[in-house]
Design a protein around this ligand. Structure first.
Ligand SMILES: [Zn+2]
Length: 168
């Protein structure tokens, strides 16, 4: 589990220890707590649609004062990671965002989807499906569709199915 706290302005005010452990493990020094505190959470998110999605989630939690849970995928080249994100309100100026790994499954052969904002190929930041040829495919269940390639450039977006999950 990794937790992050933001204020009403959506600036990061705190992270827990497991956040830093995870950032170190992934060699992402730019994501260590000292580097991210005081910055807007949206500045770390790739893609306008995803920023809007998160914004809508926080707005809804703020108004309803009820936690909002989103299941999403955060895959590595050789594993599908099923994640759970929960946004909850602690007070008017403090919101908690928690990320949990529910389970992971092996992707074989491995494939790396490399973020590239100029790529015509799109990848959904929620369900992890890639818009390839003429459909949306999951590398875990449809690995064959991507052929023998081990790397594909994709830009983050939200697929039509997941757009329906955006809170209104
Ligand atoms: Zn999707």
């Amino acid at each position: 589990m990794a937790s992050i706290w933001i204020n009403a302005e959506r600036k990061i005010v705190d992270v827990d220890d497991s956040w830093d452990i995870l950032a170190s493990k992934n060699q992402a020094d730019e994501l260590l707590s000292d580097s991210i505190k005081g910055k807007y959470i949206t500045s770390f998110i790739k893609g306008d649609q995803i920023r809007m999605f998160l914004d809508a989630m926080i707005t809804r939690v703020n108004i309803t004062e009820k936690p909002y849970v989103l299941h999403y995928r955060c895959d590595g080249p050789h594993k599908a990671q099923f994640m759970r994100m929960m946004v909850s309100k602690e007070n008017d100026d403090r919101f908690l965002i928690e990320h949990d790994l529910i389970k992971s499954e092996k992707i074989d052969p491995e494939i790396l989807f490399k973020e590239d904002a100029t790529s015509p190929q799109k990848r959904c930041a929620v369900c992890g499906k890639v818009n390839f040829k003429d459909g949306w495919f999951d590398a875990l269940t449809n690995r064959k569709i991507f052929g023998t390639t081990h790397e594909l450039k994709t830009q983050s977006t939200i697929c039509p199915d997941c757009e329906d999950k955006i809170p209104h």
